[in-house]
Each structure stands twice: as structure tokens, then as C-alpha cells.
Design a binder for this molecule. Structure first.
Ligand code: GUN
Ligand code: ZN
Length: 429
């Protein structure tokens, strides 16, 4: 039987960075029809109620129904050490991150953290995420199993590192290839699971390991490829020492086949002109992680510049370098960083980045991140007056953008009135 959800609806008929906020489609009294886990129709509440008299109706009043949020870059193994104080990237990795990732050597702990992470994601309205795992192959099994149990579309991969990490967190070029290949065979395309070939970043991989993973990706081109690029100035200098023959940081990946459509580069802040050109020409994606970039002190990613020059851009929490599980908080940070780089991003830009923009970077826009008919019914409904401070501001709104912006800037999991994954309601109600 079909389900009909009534509320305000908002979707995009194009990229608002290219076509302006007017490309948004807002229905004040709208409806989403769900059948067999997919979006069967989107339209006015009156029309869809009349056309589907037998559908089970859930009336959410003035709540705003959006595609579920898509977090394009996070580290589920870092969930338990989010908000660790006082370090910059390399010290932060050595002090907090590697110690915690070591604990996931225990498969039971990895499973516990995977379950906890997806529960927190759903609490915050995130229905799809792209996650790093740890070096342990079973850590990838853990997140894919947890996602399968919730019917969630998750992109993930075993993190590969064969140098500059503690002994217990090291693989080899060969074992990284073999373990990743076995995980691809086990998970890629099973239900909603998608695999990402995952070298952590150039400093923790030998050239031989990057070479092996480049070969693996070429053999499995429908997989994603996720890594980090030019996050902090000290890191860029370290890469120059480690790869003296490389033209720049990106070249450490490019020379080994690790750029192109489906490549996801976290951060990508401190880029040379040649790197910007190659990222654009190759169709690689830049993933903006604003709460992480301010929390770890990495720098300011200029979203408007990247979009204007034609880059693919997604938005992500980068938990636990990022300081929040919430894509609302992440949009707020993107807005603040936009102000510091000279552009006030419109709410349409922010919402598009957190849904369709991120979905495009994962090459999943035909499955998640929009309200298009035939895509998965992965939805979030936002209460636009979830706290007294937000409600009094929203009460003055004269259009949908004024109504939603206070929730973007001040909202948290209290704003999440409902979450649906593959048509099943998992939060609210
Ligand atoms: N660079 C390499 N690994 C990491 C990580 O876990 N988090 C962040 N923010 N940057 C990284
Ligand atoms: Zn990261």
C-alpha cells in the first residue's frame, strides 16, 4: 500500500549555483507519495490526496520535507572521540585518532561504533553517508552490516595505510589491495552498499600502495575513491618531502590513476592552480568539511569560487575531525566560512549541497539526494520552529528561505521531525 506524507516540500530542478535559487520548487501544502520504498509522486497535497484515496496519510502540517541529508565524508570510527581538544591535524591524528582507531581491532567494538554512528546520523536527518573505516577489513563489514540492517545507502571502504602510523594500524600495498578487493566482491552493489577504494592520504601510503589502489580502482571503476587532499599547510609541506618527484599534492594521486569521476577529495583547501585545473578537468569532487576545517584549524574552503570555476563540490561533517553529526550545523558552518571568504551562500545553495550536491559527488543522484520520482524514499522532515529562539524568528518569515534559514543556522536534532529510509519511517511519529 502507498503512503502519502503531507507537509511543505522543497526540491531543485537544477543546480542553484548555476541557475540561481529560483530553480527550487517549493510547495507550501505539498505531498510525497511513497510506494515500495520509492518516491512515486511529488505534488500538491490536494491533488495527490484526491488521486490516491487509499494511501495511508501522515500529515506533518508545516514541517518541511526534504531529501534525507547526504554526508559525503566522515569517519565512523571516530564517533567516540569527536570534540577532542587542542591539536592540529598531524598531532590530532597521532594523539587521538590513531589511538581510537586501534580500538576497532576488536570486531565487537567496531560493530558497536558502526551501529551508534548510523543511529546518530538518523537522529540528525542524515540518510546516506560516505565513510572511512579503519585499516581492519572487519571495520568495513561492520558499517555495511549496520547500514544493511537499516536499509541505508552507505559508501564506505577499508582505510589503507602502510607507513607513518602505529604498527597496529598498518597494512601493506599487497594486503591493502587484497583486502579491498575481497570487500568489493562482498559488498559493492549488494543492496544499497557501495564500496570506496580508500587510501587515507598520501602521507600514510607508500607510492607502491597508491599504485596498487590505483590499479584496483581501474579494475572496479563503479566504486568510489575517497581520500584527503591539501587540508593543512604543514601536511602539504610533508607530502612534498615524502614525494619529491610529485608536481604537487594532487599529483601523488594523479600519477597513480587516483583522480576522475567518483574520486572524492576531502578538504582540498590549499590548492595550486594546476591542481584546481586537473580536479575540474578530471571530474573529481571536492568535499567541503567546514566544521572540521575550523575545529582543527585547517583553513577556509571557498565554496563560491570552487563552484564558479566548475568544480564538483559536496558537503560533509568529517566526524570526528568535524565537531558535529548534524548537516544543519554543517550548513551553518559553510555559511559562516562563506562569509569569511566573501560570499553569503543562499539557503538554496546550502540545502542543495547537503542533499543533491553531495549525492552527485558520490554518483548517487539517481538514487538519493532529490525528490525525483523513482528515487529511494529517503526523506527528512524538519520542524521549522523547533526551539523558542528559532520559532520566534521563523514566525516573521515572508518566504520559505526566511522560514528555513533560522533552522539551518540554529537547528539541531530537535528540528528533525521525521526520517524515512527506503520508505520506512525510522524517526518521529
Ligand atoms: N587526514 C588524514 N586522515 C584524516 C582524518 O582522519 N581526519 C581528517 N580531518 N583529516 C585527515
Ligand atoms: Zn576525513
Amino acid at each position: 500500500m502507498a503512503d502519502l506524507i503531507l507537509g511543505q516540500t522543497l526540491s531543485f530542478a537544477g543546480d542553484p549555483f548555476e541557475e540561481g535559487p529560483g530553480v527550487a520548487r517549493h510547495e507550501r501544502r505539498g505531498a510525497v507519495l511513497i510506494a515500495e520504498g520509492r518516491i512515486a509522486a511529488v505534488g500538491s497535497a490536494d491533488a495527490l490526496t484526491a488521486a490516491h484515496p487509499d494511501a495511508a496519510v501522515t500529515d506533518l502540517g508545516a514541517a518541511l520535507i526534504l531529501p534525507g541529508f547526504v554526508d559525503a565524508h566522515m569517519h565512523y570510527p571516530q564517533t567516540a572521540m569527536i570534540a577532542s581538544w587542542g591539536k592540529r591535524l598531524i598531532d590530532w591524528l597521532n594523539t587521538y585518532t590513531f589511538a581510537e582507531e586501534m580500538r576497532l581491532a576488536d570486531p565487537a567494538y567496531a560493530a558497536e561504533i558502526a551501529e551508534r554512528t548510523l543511529d546518530l546520523a538518523l537522529d540528525h536527518g542524515t540518510t546516506t553517508l560516505g565513510s572511512f573505516c579503519t585499516v581492519h577489513a572487519h571495520s568495513a563489514d561492520a558499517i555495511f552490516s549496520a547500514a544493511e540492517g537499516r536499509s541505508m545507502a552507505v559508501v564506505a571502504g577499508k582505510t589503507c595505510m602502510d607507513r607513518n602510523t602505529p604498527e597496529g594500524l598498518r597494512d601493506t600495498a599487497q594486503s591493502a589491495y587484497d583486502d579491498s578487493a575481497a570487500l568489493i566482491a562482498r559488498w559493492h552493489g549488494r543492496g544499497r552498499a557501495r564500496y570506496a577504494v580508500t587510501p587515507r592520504f598520501a602521507p600514510t601510503s607508500t607510492p607502491e600502495q597508491l599504485e596498487a589502489l590505483g590499479a584496483l580502482w581501474a579494475e572496479n571503476p563503479t566504486c568510489a575513491m575517497q581520500t584527503h587532499l591539501s587540508e593543512q599547510v604543514d601536511e602539504v609541506a610533508w607530502v612534498r618531502e615524502l614525494y619529491p618527484e610529485a608536481r604537487d599534492y594532487l599529483d601523488t594521486y594523479e600519477a597513480r590513476g587516483l583522480i576522475g569521476p567518483g574520486a572524492l577529495f576531502g578538504h582540498a583547501i590549499h590548492l595550486e592552480p594546476r591542481e584546481r585545473d586537473r580536479l575540474r578537468e578530471s571530474g573529481s569532487a571536492l568535499i567541503h568539511c567546514p566544521t572540521s576545517n575550523t575545529f582543527i584549524g585547517s583553513g577556509l574552503f571557498d565554496t563560491a569560487r570552487a563552484k564558479t570555476e566548475g568544480q564538483r563540490v559536496g558537503l560533509a561533517t568529517d566526524t570526528g575531525g568535524g565537531s558535529s553529526f548534524s548537516m544543519l550545523r554543517t550548513m551553518a558552518a559553510a555559511y559562516e566560512v562563506g562569509q569569511l571568504t566573501g560570499t553569503a551562500l543562499h539557503p538554496a545553495h546550502l540545502l542543495w549541497l547537503a542533499t543533491e550536491g553531495s549525492a552527485r559527488t558520490l554518483r548517487m543522484e539517481n538514487e538519493v539526494g532529490t525528490l525525483a520520482t523513482g528515487t529511494a524514499a529517503d526523506l527528512v522532515a524538519l520542524d521549522l520552529g523547533s526551539t523558542p529562539a528559532i520559532a520566534q524568528r521563523a514566525a516573521r518569515a515572508e518566504d520559505i528561505w526566511e522560514a528555513v534559514f533560522p533552522t539551518i543556522m540554529m537547528g539541531d536534532d530537535r528540528a528533525v521531525a521525521g526520517v524515512w529510509v527506503a520508505g520506512r519511517r525510522l524517526r518521529g511519529g
